[in-house]
Write a protein that binds this ligand. Structure first.
Ligand SMILES: [Zn+2]
Length: 356
């Protein structure tokens, strides 16, 4: 098989296109394929599909194609143009490349596969391209994807914000939860950011939305309320964000109670003439009493309640009953409901005792 036949097959060229020449330059480490077309054919106008003869040719151009044996390979051609009565002088569609692309479709496909695995800079290094060329491929792929997307509203949508990059402002994203696709992206996370999605659809189309999963972010809530009927029954706060907020709330309470407990224990007066609030005194006394109960029930232990009972309570809090239990104490009998004595910290026990 000759090199021109080989490349005609590899490129998938059909009449009227054919490979005219192949030039391998070992010195420049590149392969140049020249593609031409037969005369006397009609070409479709890219706008209206009218069949027209060649009017003239564009300048000779080169498209980057898949490498040949590690050598960057270029496809060279002069694209024909037609003169359409309706659309004017237009360059015809080329079977190997998209309009305005400097790469063959086969090369763009490879580049997109590489871009799925790495970032723009990484892809540019692997493919021996500039950052701008890589970005152009991304932009064209996104435009193709958007053009192919049907204008419809998913029944179940998810709304979330996402940091584009560390230190940069957020983006608003709308997902099709069932299809698992990103439906919409907008700058920022304001109400207007989400409004843009809903505004692209008619009220009747928006009525087909049955649920919107989201964070408890007021601008998003307001946007849904303004655009959807019966919005209160359609908003679903997703589990991830609820758990996140719950965790933060519990942690805030824990920190507050921890410092309050420590203050109560360490300031517990030794005399009955207390200037502290009675509740604080009672709490400290309860802690001390709890410690004494534990040690009394600790069969076989030689532990004694220290003279200064407030320090005992502090120890329960600071070091954790769990750790002390493992080495020194037997579990309480019967154990406190819902608590594993092996895992329960002194703080948890103290909180439980205070709550009783
Ligand atoms: Zn036309």
């Amino acid at each position: 098989m000759r090199d021109i036949e080989f490349y005609a097959q590899v490129l998938g060229l059909t009449d009227p296109w054919f490979v005219e020449d192949v030039d391998l330059s070992v010195e420049n480490k590149r392969v140049d394929i020249t593609v031409s077309h037969h005369e006397g054919r009609l070409w479709a106008c890219p706008a209206c599909e009218a069949e027209l003869p060649v009017f003239d040719h564009s300048e000779k151009r080169a498209w980057r194609h898949l490498d040949t044996g590690g050598f960057p390979t270029w496809l060279n051609a002069r694209p024909p143009r037609v003169k359409c009565p309706t659309d004017g002088v237009r360059q015809v569609r080329l079977p190997w490349a998209e309009p305005r692309s400097r790469f063959t479709t086969a090369f763009e496909r490879l580049a997109i596969d590489v871009l799925k695995e790495t970032d723009i800079s990484g892809a540019a290094n692997i493919l021996k391209m500039t950052w701008d060329e890589c970005w152009g491929i991304v932009e064209r792929a996104v435009a193709r994807g958007k053009a192919a997307k049907k204008h419809r509203v998913p029944a179940l949508i998810g709304v979330d914000e996402k940091a584009a990059r560390k230190g940069h402002s957020n983006l608003t994203l709308v997902y099709d939860i069932v299809g698992g696709t990103v439906e919409y992206i907008a700058d920022d996370r304001k109400q207007a950011s989400l409004d843009g999605y809903f505004d692209a659809f008619s009220p009747a189309q928006r009525d087909t939305i049955t649920a919107v999963a989201m964070d408890m972010w007021e601008p998003y809530i307001n946007s849904v309320k303004e655009h959807l009927n019966n919005a209160e029954n359609k908003i679903v706060f997703d589990r991830f964000h609820i758990m996140k907020h719950m965790g933060e709330a519990v942690d805030t309470v824990r920190k507050g109670e921890h410092s309050e407990l420590r203050w109560n224990i360490e300031t517990l007066p030794s005399s009955s003439k207390s200037s502290q609030p009675p509740s604080a005194e009672r709490r400290g006394a309860r802690l001390a009493s709890a410690w004494m109960t534990l040690t009394r029930k600790n069969k076989g232990s030689t532990a004694r309640p220290p003279k200064n009972s407030r320090k005992c309570g502090a120890n329960v809090v600071r070091h954790g009953l769990g750790r002390a239990t493992k080495g020194q104490f037997q579990p309480l009998a019967p154990p406190l409901p819902g608590l594993s004595m092996e895992r329960t910290t002194g703080f948890e026990l103290a909180t439980l005792l205070l709550a009783r």
